[in-house]
Design a protein around this ligand. Structure first.
Ligand code: S3P
Length: 171
């Protein structure tokens, strides 16, 4: 069994995933960090040097690899669930959970880091517009998750506790 966290950039997947994994005594993997480690390049560098297409194929490869693990929490990049192949791999013996947040909340959270770390936000239109557009186009995919957790107004420890409670009902 694995727990897969999906959702937009800024939804807290990595922070929450790491904490939940610690509580469960499971390993934690952040798909983007694993790509960065193997490529020895940061995500924005991969986008700039190799393009989004290459990033998506590295993401696919990493997801195939990490999906085979058991007793792990996986945090995925915001666009990862949009590939049917990725979804299929991620959903094998897994609980998929969407960390849902409003565009305003997502913007507040992504602004805590330099926007450069998120190449998709550098598109000429405002970051809020990018987030809103991406969320609109991805929502129907995110909705396929086994669980949807609204995170607006909740603290990180509270969200983690809700996830642990949900998992307890599954096992
Ligand atoms: C992306 C989100 C990023 C990263 C890449 C593309 C996306 O991950 O995978 O910049 O398509 O939304 P986070 O969701 O962890 O920011």
């Amino acid at each position: 069994m694995k727990l897969v966290l999906i959702g937009m950039m800024g939804s807290g997947k990595s922070t929450i995933g790491r904490r939940v994994a610690k509580e469960l005594n499971w390993a934690f993997y952040d798909v983007d960090s694993e790509i960065e480690r193997v490529q020895n390049l940061k995500i924005p560098e991969i986008f700039a040097l190799k393009g989004e297409g290459k990033f998506r194929s590295l993401e696919k490869e990493m997801i195939q690899k990490l999906s085979q693990k058991d007793k792990v929490v996986l945090s995925t990049g915001g666009g990862a669930p949009c590939s049917a192949e990725n979804w299929k791999a991620l959903s094998q013996e897994a609980v998929i959970l969407w960390l849902k947040a409003s565009p305003k909340q997502l913007l507040e959270r992504v602004q805590k880091k330099p926007l450069e770390v998120r190449p998709l936000l550098k598109q000429g239109i405002s970051p809020l517009e990018v987030i809103t557009q991406l969320l609109n186009s991805r929502e129907k995919i995110y909705k396929k998750a086994d669980y949807i957790l609204e995170t607006d107004g909740w603290t990180i420890p509270e969200v983690c506790q809700k996830i642990l409670d949900l998992l307890r009902t599954k096992t």
